[in-house]
Design a binder for this molecule. Structure first.
Ligand code: XIL
Length: 468
């Protein structure tokens, strides 16, 4: 029960992030959690802009280059400055370059190399499933649970060649009691993947959310580091040779580029940072590398399209690399929406292909690979208030809206394909619209964010990402 509550409360929070504060904060349903989630989202944006931008940025990251961005409220000028910084960091040559067709699968490595065309090498023109169509670009993944092979078996096997556990490899799932590891559900996912030649991403070792209550109880800095290291060692060794990439640290940076700290709402604050300080990040990567030197280690986060946030992530990663910390890639969650917010103080205001491209270029300029790790595309516009009577249903998810969603998917996939020299995976956060976290948080609020519909049939969005 308590686990479910934690999961639910995170969902509420995260949906506030993905869809914009008022998207979930409609309050119309009268449900306490829903309403408070909405307002939490609002205060997060506003509060971050004025609150932690100054203090957090300068103290946490040593006054690094993102400090001046001023948070989401910094709007256009902040964006311009950050983008310029990105360019000068070395990956700028990508932007706007017309590129040359790459005949291969983009093995040129990370480092912000030149943009290539969007044909996936032109090798799989006749393929009718995602994984074959994209074989020249990157693996196509889906977030699954331990039942997905039964509930969604045919489309999972036909279209995806990579999986990630949506919840079953999180800290509370794998170590619910100290020193007692429960691998049953996660092992089912890994076994299914290996018998179907699918890659497995591991998600996630260190995160502020979905942790067991014992973890932070009575913890000093030393005990928490010891608990973290023991968890990472046990889990990463258990999946050594089976999980090829780990999201080692998830969501450590705020929208203004500062570290997620120990202040603020309980569901958003990081007890890791609060108790250990920023060194928990380097400690986690080092422990994961020691446990499996062959695993690719990722830093994973959302809202990568916000200029101040991408600068904060960049600055943190640059520092880690300078210190010799084994980081190999950046995961961009990419919980996207049908259109950007029109409100300049909403995080979704920055949600454009252009801004996401800047993030790809910026991160890869550090020599890191990039993956899209949690892709979905909600019908709800960030910053818009939805009441119960405007929640989408199968009837109001019209052809026109389906087409609009398809077009936006197409634009983002065109971007991903053009950067296939640095993008090494694209994973959807779910398989089909009948099972998506975006519909979990309120019984009345259905979303339709994936490529396959409630009946597992391909949507217009599927056609759009297959059409190149
Ligand atoms: C979500 C799951 O999809 C939900 O089922 C769960 O209740 C909460 O977590 N960012 C992440 C993922 O990194 O782990 C989150 O997954 C979605 C946001």
């Amino acid at each position: 029960m308590s686990t479910k509550m934690v999961a639910l409360s995170f969902t509420l929070f995260a949906c506030a992030c993905s869809n914009g504060p008022s998207a979930v904060g409609d309050g119309a349903s009268g449900s306490g959690p829903l309403a408070s989630s909405g307002s939490a989202g609002i205060s997060q944006v506003g509060g971050a802009a004025s609150g932690s931008a100054a203090g957090g940025a300068s103290s946490s990251l040593g006054g690094a280059s993102m400090a001046g961005a001023g948070g989401p409220g910094g709007t256009a000028s902040g964006a311009g400055t950050s983008a310029g910084g990105a360019g000068s960091a070395g990956g700028a040559s990508n932007a706007g370059s017309t590129g040359v067709a790459g005949g291969t699968s983009g093995t040129s490595g990370a480092g912000g190399g030149s943009v290539i065309d969007a044909t996936c090498g032109g090798t799989n023109g006749t393929a009718t499933n995602l994984k074959d169509k994209y074989a020249g670009c990157f693996p196509i993944g889906a977030a699954v649970d331990s039942q997905s092979y039964m509930t969604h078996g045919p489309i999972l096997k036909a279209h995806f060649n990579s999986v990630v556990a949506e919840n079953d490899m999180k800290f509370n799932a794998l170590e619910p009691n100290e020193g007692s590891f429960t691998y049953t559900n996660a092992d089912k996912i890994v076994d299914f993947a290996s018998s179907n030649s699918m890659k497995v991403r591991g998600h996630t070792l260190v995160w502020h959310s979905q942790n067991p209550s014992w973890l932070f109880t009575g913890a000093t800095k030393d005990t928490l580091i010891a608990r973290m290291k023991n968890h990472i060692k046990n889990v990463v060794q258990h999946y050594k040779g089976k999980v090829y990439a780990w999201d080692v640290v998830n969501e450590a940076i705020m929208e203004d580029g500062s570290y997620r700290s120990g202040s603020g709402d309980e569901d958003k604050k990081s007890h890791w940072y609060e108790i250990i300080g920023p060194s928990y990040i380097a400690e986690a990567f080092r422990a994961a590398h020691e446990a499996d030197p062959n695993a690719k280690l990722f830093y994973n986060d959302f809202y990568d399209y916000i200029p101040a946030k991408q600068q904060g992530i960049y600055t943190m990663l640059k520092g880690l690399l300078a210190d010799g910390v084994p980081v190999h890639g950046v995961g961009m969650q990419c919980h996207l929406n049908i259109e950007p917010s029109t409100k300049t103080d909403n995080q979704g205001y920055y949600q454009s292909v252009e801004n996401l491209e800047k993030a790809i270029v910026l991160y890869s300029s550090l020599g890191l690979e990039v993956q899209v790790t949690e892709l979905d595309l909600s019908l709800y516009i960030p910053g818009v208030s939805y009441t119960k009577d405007t929640f989408y249903t199968a009837a109001t998810f019209t052809d026109a809206l389906e087409l609009k969603q398809a077009n936006r998917y197409q634009a983002f996939f065109e971007l991903f394909r053009r950067h296939r020299n640095v993008i090494t995976g694209v994973t959807f956060w779910g398989i089909a619209d009948d099972n998506t976290w975006l519909s979990e948080f309120d019984s009345g609020r259905k979303d339709f964010p994936l490529l396959f519909d409630n009946n597992h049939q391909p949507k217009k969005a599927f056609d759009a990402v297959m059409n190149f």
